[in-house]
Design a protein around this ligand. Structure first.
Ligand code: ACO
Length: 336
């Protein structure tokens, strides 16, 4: 039976480091507040107008994943790109990566819009395409540029201190073996909370001319909105539910997890899940301290770093889990 296996991982983050102290000069905040509430010490921001964009960062991460998989761009037969911050309103960045990688073949490129859960949603699509025999090598990318769209004033501090820029990628390959690779993936959503973590305008329900006509500087619907407490409370419940669903589906117990990589939403959320699952520090990977929350990029960046640091060994049981805007949440269980 065909199964899908991650055969290469990669990541890329911009050079520009923004420390909590740097934020103190543009808004009323403090290193202590940010570290205590989120665990974040610094994050990366692209330089506006520079060469880094959502697609180019995704391409750099993809090149590293391809190199680690020992494959060339034209060995890939499908691209999946997850982001909430595409280069353009349309088309999505999947086709831009195809061009930037210099692919000669006219393979398909799919864009995924599931925010923090986007990478796991993308991985599950790749897994199904591979299991049915449709594709052999699928590139899955998560990349975000948050920095340019944040309200970097005291008004926006509850959101803007959390998010950072970066990209991660994996190459998934068909293997003829059902003992290793992706064991299962589990996807959920609850659309009644769509606006609790959202960016509403400009959009097809509120076009740019409406903004111009209103001419109201206090109308900040073009900045991300987050009901922080509500998101936090839902996240800690949904993370645990979906991890348990993945474990139960495969007949495993929490203590059998070798490595949990949660979406890097907030260190306090990750620590809460770690405690619920009774996992030692060695079985959870966090890097939000240095990158902030990079939404669809956070899991593939963390996975790439965990692999590079030798924290995941062959045969390990790896669990990926995410929760975010939508609300959407998801988990994947992988035998490495
Ligand atoms: N610096 C200093 N003070 C701040 C800041 C800041 N950056 N942001 C908010 N405050 C102030 C508030 O104005 C408020 O002041 P007040 O009491 O005078 O009104 C006070 O701090 C407390 O604000 P709260 O929003 O209630 O703080 P809370 O303890 O809830 O922490 C936080 C806020 C960190 C956002 C928290 O709610 C949280 O982590 N929520 C989950 C959010 C999250 O993880 N989102 C990402 C997951 S989903 C995804 O990845 C898309």
């Amino acid at each position: 039976m065909l199964n899908s296996k991650i055969v290469g991982t990669g990541h890329y983050v911009p050079d520009n480091v923004v420390k909590n102290k740097d934020l103190e000069s543009v808004m009323e905040t403090s290193d202590d507040w940010i570290v205590e509430r989120t665990g974040i010490h610094e994050r990366r921001h692209i330089v506006l107008g520079g060469e880094d964009t959502t697609s180019t960062m995704g391409t750099k991460a993809a090149k590293m994943a391809l190199k680690n998989a020992n494959l060339q761009p034209d060995d890939i037969d499908f691209i999946i790109f997850a982001t909430l911050s595409p280069d353009y309103y349309f088309p999505g960045p999947g086709v831009l990566v195809q061009e930037q990688l210099g692919m000669k073949s006219e393979i398909g490129a799919l864009d995924v819009r599931n925010q923090c859960s986007g990478f796991i949603y993308g991985l599950s699509v790749a897994d199904q395409f591979i299991k049915t025999g449709m594709y052999t090598n699928v590139l899955v990318i998560g990349s975000e540029v948050h920095s340019g769209g944040l309200d970097m004033t005291t008004r926006g501090r509850g959101v803007s201190v959390i998010f950072g820029d970066g990209a991660g990628a994996v190459v998934m390959q068909a293997i003829d073996n059902n003992k290793t690779g992706v064991l299962s993936s589990h996807l959920h959503s609850e659309g009644k909370h769509a606006e609790e973590l959202s960016l509403i305008s400009p959009s097809t329900t509120d076009w740019v001319p409406n903004f111009i006509e209103r001419n109201d500087p206090e109308d900040i619907r073009y900045y991300p909105y987050m009901n922080g407490n509500f998101v936090f409370k839902n996240a800690v419940v949904r993370f645990q539910q979906v991890i348990m669903e993945a474990l139960n589906h495969n007949g495993y117990k929490p203590e059998e997890i070798d490595m949990l990589i949660p979406h890097q939403a907030n260190l306090r959320i990750s620590q809460f899940i770690q405690k619920q699952m009774n996992l030692p520090d060695s079985k959870i990977f966090n890097n939000i301290q240095k990158y902030g929350n990079t939404t669809a990029a956070s899991i593939p960046i963390a996975l790439s770093e965990a692999v590079a640091e030798g924290r995941i060994k062959e045969g390990d049981l790896l669990c990926l889990a995410a929760f975010g805007s939508g609300f959407t949440w998801a988990a994947a269980l992988i035998r490495w």
